[in-house]
Every structure is written in C-alpha cells, then in structure tokens.
Design a protein. Structure first.
Length: 230
C-alpha cells in the first residue's frame, strides 16, 4: 500500500511530539477495506488519527473562507468525511490493534485533516475547526466524545513545524544524534548548514555558510530574482 510524502511529514511531526506512529492502518468496511492514513499513540494516553489529501495540480492551494470555512465538513470535506467513520471501526472488538489504548484509557483524542489548503485569516480557521470538531465528536465513540477535537492543517505548515521542531532539538536543546526517520534526518542536514559550527575555517566562516545556504534555498524556491512566476 503506497504511502505519500504528506503522510510521512505528519508522522515525522508527531514523532517530534513523542508519538509512536503507524501509516496506512487497514480497517474493514462492509467486506472491503479502508485505512487510516496516520495513527499516533503517546505513552500518556493521547491518540491522534489523520487523513491527508493533496489534490489536483502540484501548485494548487485551496483558499478556505466564508461558507467553505463555516460549513467545512459538508461543503469542503465532502466525500472525505467518510474517513471519520474509521474512528469507531478501528476501536471495534474485531478491528482494534493491541497497541491502541482502550477507550477508557484515552486521555485525549484528535483527528487531523491535512491538505493543500490555506486560511486567509484566523476567523476562517476557527470556524472551520469548530465545524470539524463538532463532526469529529459526532463520529467518535461515546466514551471519548468530550475528549475529542478536530484540527485542520496545511501541508505547508506541517513542513514548517517539522523544520522548526528539528531546529529546536538541534540548536536550542543541542540534541546530537540522528532521529532514525528519513524526513527528520533530511531536515537535520538543512539545519546543519543553516546553523553550522564550522571546523578549521577561521573566524566568521559559520556565518558565511549560513548566509550562502539561505541564498541558495531562496534561489531554488523563488527563482534567482526572487520573483514568483504566475
């Protein structure tokens, strides 16, 4: 079963938060099967599920506002809302994996929806997440409904938070080892060159490496002139 980059990114972000993660966990649906894109379980009883979607062209970003925000599930999520039926299915007696905490031991549950979307303002985000949270609670087992919530996040913000988290671990907390996750270790190399400690280069070389790295990243993402093409 093929996994996607956005699923791996979200998994990496959750790992930084102390979660054990599983990708594409299968769930039986009336003789067929579905799956949960990402499941995260933490030792303190916090559980997360996620559905990840990146649709249409590689440059497409959907702007979520107005009725798309206030009626997010019905007007924007549409057929993808069916994925939330897997919350109850995976906790059923026939489906529940041994590593998933029993409902009475779940301290907090959240369902994340990650997609190529963007909110133009905080109000739009709040409206969409309120609508989404109401639906998550409706679909969650009764035992955890009041401890459940929904979160909507863009793929861009997942990537940014992964970079932020790795940088904090390495630069602020001075974590020295590798993470053992390909996504986190790729970002680790970017952090190496953005915040280097140059050896045998002389005074000021670390700053030169950092500035050169910033320049190269800007060039490859925005073009040599820093102008976004249409």
């Amino acid at each position: 079963m093929m996994t996607t980059a956005d699923e791996h990114l979200l998994s990496a972000l959750w790992q930084l938060d102390g979660f054990m993660t599983v990708l594409r966990w299968p769930v039986t649906v009336e003789g067929n099967y579905s799956d949960i894109d990402v499941i995260g379980v933490r030792a303190d009883g916090v559980v997360r599920f996620a559905e990840c979607k990146a649709t249409d062209g590689p440059r497409t970003v959907y702007v979520v506002k107005d009725s798309w925000a206030s009626n997010f599930v019905e007007e924007w999520l549409e057929e993808w809302q069916e994925s939330l039926g897997n919350i109850r299915r995976v906790w059923s007696k026939e489906e529940c994996p041994k590593w998933l905490p029993a409902l009475e031991k779940v301290k907090e549950f959240s369902f994340w929806f990650c997609a190529n979307l963007w909110f133009p303002d905080d109000e739009s985000r709040k409206n969409a997440e309120k609508n989404f949270t109401d639906y998550v609670r409706k679909m969650a087992p009764a035992e955890i409904q009041q401890r459940s919530s929904g979160k909507i996040i863009s793929i861009r913000d997942v990537l940014i938070e992964v970079v932020r988290g790795v940088r904090q671990e390495i630069v602020d907390q001075e974590y020295g080892g590798r993470f053992g996750d390909p996504i986190l270790d790729i970002v680790r190399e970017l952090v190496r060159y953005s915040s280097p400690k140059a050896v045998d280069g002389g005074f000021g070389v670390s700053k030169v490496i950092s500035e050169e790295t910033e320049k190269k990243i800007r060039e490859v993402l925005w073009g040599r002139n820093g102008i976004l093409s249409s």
